[in-house]
Design a protein around this ligand. Structure first.
Ligand SMILES: [Zn+2]
Length: 307
Protein backbone atom coordinates (compact mmCIF):
# COMPACT_ATOMS: atom_id res chain seq x y z
CA UNK A 1 0.00 0.00 0.00
CA UNK A 2 2.74 2.36 1.02
CA UNK A 3 4.64 1.69 -2.19
CA UNK A 4 1.60 2.43 -4.33
CA UNK A 5 0.97 5.71 -2.57
CA UNK A 6 4.56 6.80 -3.09
CA UNK A 7 4.41 6.01 -6.77
CA UNK A 8 1.24 8.04 -7.15
CA UNK A 9 2.76 10.98 -5.34
CA UNK A 10 5.82 10.91 -7.56
CA UNK A 11 3.66 11.13 -10.66
CA UNK A 12 1.72 14.05 -9.25
CA UNK A 13 4.83 15.96 -8.24
CA UNK A 14 6.34 15.53 -11.69
CA UNK A 15 3.17 16.61 -13.50
CA UNK A 16 4.72 19.95 -14.58
CA UNK A 17 7.80 18.57 -16.33
CA UNK A 18 5.69 15.69 -17.63
CA UNK A 19 3.28 18.12 -19.29
CA UNK A 20 6.19 19.98 -20.89
CA UNK A 21 7.60 16.69 -22.14
CA UNK A 22 4.24 15.67 -23.61
CA UNK A 23 3.84 19.04 -25.34
CA UNK A 24 7.38 18.79 -26.72
CA UNK A 25 6.69 15.29 -28.02
CA UNK A 26 3.47 16.52 -29.63
CA UNK A 27 5.30 19.41 -31.30
CA UNK A 28 8.01 17.10 -32.60
CA UNK A 29 5.32 14.71 -33.83
CA UNK A 30 3.51 17.47 -35.71
CA UNK A 31 6.74 18.76 -37.28
CA UNK A 32 7.84 15.27 -38.22
CA UNK A 33 4.48 14.43 -39.74
CA UNK A 34 4.40 17.69 -41.65
CA UNK A 35 7.87 17.12 -43.02
CA UNK A 36 6.95 13.58 -43.98
CA UNK A 37 3.88 14.81 -45.83
CA UNK A 38 5.81 17.53 -47.63
CA UNK A 39 8.41 14.95 -48.52
CA UNK A 40 11.32 16.73 -46.86
CA UNK A 41 12.37 13.73 -44.83
CA UNK A 42 13.00 10.78 -47.07
CA UNK A 43 15.43 7.94 -46.85
CA UNK A 44 16.50 8.74 -50.40
CA UNK A 45 16.84 11.75 -52.64
CA UNK A 46 13.77 12.72 -54.67
CA UNK A 47 14.76 12.63 -58.32
CA UNK A 48 13.02 14.49 -61.11
CA UNK A 49 12.40 13.43 -64.69
CA UNK A 50 11.54 16.13 -67.22
CA UNK A 51 8.72 14.28 -68.95
CA UNK A 52 6.72 11.21 -68.14
CA UNK A 53 7.45 8.08 -70.06
CA UNK A 54 5.35 4.95 -69.79
CA UNK A 55 8.56 3.06 -70.51
CA UNK A 56 9.50 1.76 -67.08
CA UNK A 57 13.12 1.39 -68.14
CA UNK A 58 13.33 5.18 -68.59
CA UNK A 59 12.25 5.88 -64.99
CA UNK A 60 14.88 6.24 -62.27
CA UNK A 61 15.28 3.08 -60.19
CA UNK A 62 13.87 3.14 -56.67
CA UNK A 63 16.60 4.49 -54.44
CA UNK A 64 14.99 5.07 -51.06
CA UNK A 65 12.41 7.76 -51.81
CA UNK A 66 8.82 6.50 -52.28
CA UNK A 67 8.40 8.72 -55.35
CA UNK A 68 10.19 10.79 -57.98
CA UNK A 69 8.79 14.00 -59.45
CA UNK A 70 7.94 14.50 -63.10
CA UNK A 71 8.23 17.77 -65.02
CA UNK A 72 9.43 19.66 -61.95
CA UNK A 73 6.37 18.38 -60.04
CA UNK A 74 3.96 20.36 -62.30
CA UNK A 75 0.88 18.60 -63.71
CA UNK A 76 0.60 18.28 -67.50
CA UNK A 77 -3.06 18.00 -68.55
CA UNK A 78 -4.23 18.77 -72.06
CA UNK A 79 -6.75 21.56 -72.72
CA UNK A 80 -9.57 19.09 -73.53
CA UNK A 81 -9.38 17.59 -70.05
CA UNK A 82 -9.06 21.00 -68.39
CA UNK A 83 -12.13 22.28 -70.29
CA UNK A 84 -14.07 19.19 -69.15
CA UNK A 85 -13.01 19.82 -65.54
CA UNK A 86 -14.14 23.46 -65.72
CA UNK A 87 -17.71 22.18 -66.40
CA UNK A 88 -17.79 20.30 -63.07
CA UNK A 89 -17.12 17.02 -61.33
CA UNK A 90 -16.71 13.77 -63.24
CA UNK A 91 -15.19 10.33 -62.66
CA UNK A 92 -13.76 8.16 -65.41
CA UNK A 93 -12.46 4.65 -64.74
CA UNK A 94 -10.95 2.96 -67.80
CA UNK A 95 -11.91 -0.67 -68.52
CA UNK A 96 -9.43 -3.43 -67.73
CA UNK A 97 -6.99 -4.29 -70.52
CA UNK A 98 -6.75 -7.72 -72.19
CA UNK A 99 -4.47 -8.94 -69.37
CA UNK A 100 -7.13 -8.01 -66.80
CA UNK A 101 -5.13 -5.05 -65.54
CA UNK A 102 -6.31 -1.63 -64.40
CA UNK A 103 -5.46 1.01 -66.97
CA UNK A 104 -6.10 4.27 -65.16
CA UNK A 105 -8.63 6.67 -63.73
CA UNK A 106 -9.29 10.39 -64.05
CA UNK A 107 -11.50 12.42 -61.77
CA UNK A 108 -12.52 16.01 -61.34
CA UNK A 109 -12.75 15.70 -57.57
CA UNK A 110 -14.90 17.85 -55.33
CA UNK A 111 -17.14 17.50 -52.31
CA UNK A 112 -19.63 15.79 -54.65
CA UNK A 113 -17.25 12.93 -55.43
CA UNK A 114 -15.93 12.56 -51.87
CA UNK A 115 -17.72 10.28 -49.39
CA UNK A 116 -20.27 12.31 -47.47
CA UNK A 117 -20.21 12.51 -43.73
CA UNK A 118 -21.25 9.27 -42.06
CA UNK A 119 -20.62 7.22 -45.21
CA UNK A 120 -18.44 4.23 -44.40
CA UNK A 121 -16.19 2.18 -46.63
CA UNK A 122 -17.68 -0.83 -48.37
CA UNK A 123 -16.13 -4.28 -48.56
CA UNK A 124 -13.54 -4.58 -51.37
CA UNK A 125 -12.29 -8.09 -50.55
CA UNK A 126 -14.26 -9.56 -53.50
CA UNK A 127 -11.92 -7.84 -55.97
CA UNK A 128 -8.80 -9.75 -56.99
CA UNK A 129 -6.73 -7.25 -58.98
CA UNK A 130 -4.22 -8.56 -61.55
CA UNK A 131 -1.31 -10.37 -59.91
CA UNK A 132 -3.16 -10.68 -56.61
CA UNK A 133 -1.79 -13.43 -54.39
CA UNK A 134 -3.16 -13.87 -50.91
CA UNK A 135 -0.97 -14.23 -47.86
CA UNK A 136 1.93 -12.26 -49.35
CA UNK A 137 1.27 -8.89 -47.77
CA UNK A 138 -0.40 -7.33 -50.82
CA UNK A 139 -3.00 -4.61 -50.40
CA UNK A 140 -5.85 -3.69 -52.69
CA UNK A 141 -4.68 -0.26 -53.60
CA UNK A 142 -7.17 2.33 -54.94
CA UNK A 143 -6.11 4.36 -57.96
CA UNK A 144 -8.50 7.13 -56.92
CA UNK A 145 -8.49 6.96 -53.12
CA UNK A 146 -11.75 6.15 -51.39
CA UNK A 147 -11.48 9.49 -49.58
CA UNK A 148 -11.55 11.27 -52.97
CA UNK A 149 -13.84 9.17 -55.19
CA UNK A 150 -15.80 7.04 -52.68
CA UNK A 151 -15.51 3.97 -54.93
CA UNK A 152 -15.68 0.63 -53.16
CA UNK A 153 -15.41 -2.69 -55.04
CA UNK A 154 -14.74 -1.09 -58.45
CA UNK A 155 -12.35 -3.50 -60.16
CA UNK A 156 -11.24 -0.77 -62.58
CA UNK A 157 -9.95 1.25 -59.63
CA UNK A 158 -8.03 -1.34 -57.56
CA UNK A 159 -4.53 -2.64 -58.18
CA UNK A 160 -2.26 -5.05 -56.33
CA UNK A 161 0.06 -2.80 -54.38
CA UNK A 162 2.39 -2.75 -51.42
CA UNK A 163 1.53 -1.11 -48.12
CA UNK A 164 4.55 1.10 -48.79
CA UNK A 165 3.06 2.34 -52.09
CA UNK A 166 -0.28 2.96 -50.40
CA UNK A 167 0.96 4.77 -47.32
CA UNK A 168 4.41 6.19 -48.02
CA UNK A 169 3.89 6.85 -51.72
CA UNK A 170 0.29 7.80 -52.50
CA UNK A 171 -1.32 8.86 -49.23
CA UNK A 172 0.52 12.19 -48.69
CA UNK A 173 -0.52 13.31 -52.19
CA UNK A 174 -4.11 12.16 -51.71
CA UNK A 175 -4.20 14.16 -48.48
CA UNK A 176 -3.12 17.29 -50.35
CA UNK A 177 -6.24 16.91 -52.50
CA UNK A 178 -8.75 16.15 -49.74
CA UNK A 179 -7.52 18.89 -47.42
CA UNK A 180 -7.56 21.45 -50.27
CA UNK A 181 -11.15 20.54 -51.22
CA UNK A 182 -12.24 20.62 -47.59
CA UNK A 183 -10.73 24.08 -47.18
CA UNK A 184 -11.89 25.67 -50.44
CA UNK A 185 -14.85 23.73 -51.88
CA UNK A 186 -12.96 23.89 -55.19
CA UNK A 187 -12.37 21.15 -57.77
CA UNK A 188 -9.17 19.19 -58.41
CA UNK A 189 -8.43 17.47 -61.71
CA UNK A 190 -6.62 14.27 -60.75
CA UNK A 191 -5.31 11.34 -62.76
CA UNK A 192 -3.71 8.08 -61.64
CA UNK A 193 -2.13 5.72 -64.17
CA UNK A 194 -0.55 2.39 -63.19
CA UNK A 195 2.63 1.69 -65.16
CA UNK A 196 3.46 -1.90 -66.13
CA UNK A 197 6.64 -3.31 -67.56
CA UNK A 198 5.55 -5.34 -70.61
CA UNK A 199 2.93 -7.94 -69.72
CA UNK A 200 3.65 -7.91 -65.98
CA UNK A 201 0.52 -8.35 -63.85
CA UNK A 202 1.85 -6.14 -61.07
CA UNK A 203 2.37 -2.43 -61.77
CA UNK A 204 5.90 -1.15 -61.27
CA UNK A 205 4.40 2.04 -59.90
CA UNK A 206 1.71 4.66 -60.43
CA UNK A 207 1.91 8.02 -62.15
CA UNK A 208 -0.17 10.62 -60.28
CA UNK A 209 -0.86 14.19 -61.28
CA UNK A 210 -3.28 16.76 -59.90
CA UNK A 211 -4.20 20.38 -60.60
CA UNK A 212 -6.70 22.56 -58.78
CA UNK A 213 -9.21 23.94 -61.28
CA UNK A 214 -10.62 27.26 -59.97
CA UNK A 215 -7.24 28.73 -59.01
CA UNK A 216 -5.34 27.19 -61.96
CA UNK A 217 -3.05 25.00 -59.90
CA UNK A 218 -2.13 27.50 -57.22
CA UNK A 219 -3.68 25.36 -54.48
CA UNK A 220 -2.76 21.87 -55.73
CA UNK A 221 -0.27 21.08 -58.45
CA UNK A 222 1.82 17.91 -58.45
CA UNK A 223 3.18 15.36 -60.86
CA UNK A 224 4.85 12.30 -59.37
CA UNK A 225 5.63 8.65 -59.96
CA UNK A 226 5.26 6.42 -56.87
CA UNK A 227 7.11 3.11 -56.70
CA UNK A 228 5.20 -0.12 -56.06
CA UNK A 229 7.98 -1.53 -53.91
CA UNK A 230 8.60 -2.46 -50.33
CA UNK A 231 12.04 -1.99 -48.82
CA UNK A 232 12.30 -5.46 -47.24
CA UNK A 233 11.03 -7.67 -50.07
CA UNK A 234 11.72 -8.56 -53.66
CA UNK A 235 8.75 -8.79 -55.96
CA UNK A 236 8.22 -10.88 -59.06
CA UNK A 237 6.16 -8.33 -61.02
CA UNK A 238 5.18 -10.94 -63.60
CA UNK A 239 3.38 -13.15 -61.10
CA UNK A 240 2.92 -11.27 -57.82
CA UNK A 241 5.15 -13.59 -55.79
CA UNK A 242 6.76 -11.68 -52.94
CA UNK A 243 9.92 -12.93 -51.29
CA UNK A 244 10.82 -11.44 -47.92
CA UNK A 245 14.42 -10.47 -47.36
CA UNK A 246 16.42 -10.84 -44.17
CA UNK A 247 18.45 -8.03 -42.61
CA UNK A 248 21.31 -8.76 -45.01
CA UNK A 249 19.08 -8.50 -48.06
CA UNK A 250 19.05 -12.24 -48.73
CA UNK A 251 15.83 -14.21 -49.29
CA UNK A 252 14.46 -15.22 -45.90
CA UNK A 253 14.94 -18.89 -45.04
CA UNK A 254 12.00 -20.10 -43.04
CA UNK A 255 12.14 -23.01 -40.65
CA UNK A 256 10.62 -26.31 -41.67
CA UNK A 257 7.05 -26.65 -40.46
CA UNK A 258 4.10 -28.93 -40.97
CA UNK A 259 1.81 -27.77 -43.75
CA UNK A 260 -1.16 -29.22 -45.60
CA UNK A 261 -0.98 -28.87 -49.37
CA UNK A 262 -3.88 -28.84 -51.77
CA UNK A 263 -2.22 -30.33 -54.82
CA UNK A 264 -5.14 -29.24 -57.00
CA UNK A 265 -5.55 -25.56 -56.04
CA UNK A 266 -1.87 -25.23 -55.13
CA UNK A 267 -2.62 -23.57 -51.81
CA UNK A 268 -0.86 -24.46 -48.58
CA UNK A 269 -2.31 -24.27 -45.09
CA UNK A 270 -1.46 -24.64 -41.46
CA UNK A 271 -2.78 -28.03 -40.26
CA UNK A 272 -5.24 -26.21 -37.97
CA UNK A 273 -6.93 -24.27 -40.81
CA UNK A 274 -10.60 -25.02 -41.44
CA UNK A 275 -9.81 -24.64 -45.15
CA UNK A 276 -7.38 -27.54 -44.85
CA UNK A 277 -10.04 -29.77 -43.29
CA UNK A 278 -12.20 -29.48 -46.42
CA UNK A 279 -9.56 -30.76 -48.85
CA UNK A 280 -10.48 -34.10 -50.39
CA UNK A 281 -8.11 -36.95 -49.59
CA UNK A 282 -7.20 -37.14 -53.27
CA UNK A 283 -5.76 -33.59 -53.29
CA UNK A 284 -4.47 -33.48 -49.74
CA UNK A 285 -0.79 -33.84 -48.93
CA UNK A 286 0.83 -33.41 -45.54
CA UNK A 287 4.40 -32.13 -45.70
CA UNK A 288 7.18 -30.82 -43.52
CA UNK A 289 8.72 -28.02 -45.54
CA UNK A 290 10.02 -24.47 -45.60
CA UNK A 291 7.52 -21.78 -46.55
CA UNK A 292 9.86 -20.25 -49.15
CA UNK A 293 10.42 -23.65 -50.80
CA UNK A 294 6.66 -24.21 -51.15
CA UNK A 295 6.28 -20.78 -52.77
CA UNK A 296 9.17 -21.55 -55.10
CA UNK A 297 7.30 -24.75 -56.10
CA UNK A 298 4.30 -22.64 -57.12
CA UNK A 299 2.24 -23.01 -53.95
CA UNK A 300 0.34 -19.99 -52.64
CA UNK A 301 -0.34 -19.33 -48.95
CA UNK A 302 -4.00 -19.77 -47.97
CA UNK A 303 -5.83 -16.47 -47.50
CA UNK A 304 -7.57 -17.66 -44.33
CA UNK A 305 -4.77 -19.08 -42.17
CA UNK A 306 -2.07 -16.98 -43.91
CA UNK A 307 0.77 -19.45 -43.32
ZN1 LIG B 1 -5.67 -22.16 -44.65
Amino acid sequence: MKKKYRAKKRIRSSAGPLLVAVLLLLAVGIIFNFERITGLINAGKVEDISAFSADVGALPDYSGSPYCTVNGNKAQFDSVLIDKARKGSFEDYSSLDKHGRCVGATICASRETMPGEGVSRGDISSVHPSGWKSGMGWERCHLIAWSIGAEDANDCNLITGTHYLNVEGMLPFEQKITSYINQTDNHVLYQVTPIYDGKNLIASGVHMQAWSVEDKGRGVNFNVYCYNVSPSVTIDYKTGVVVELDSEGKPMQYEERNYILNTNSHKFHYPSCKGAADISAHNRKEVKARRNDLIAQGYEPCGICEP
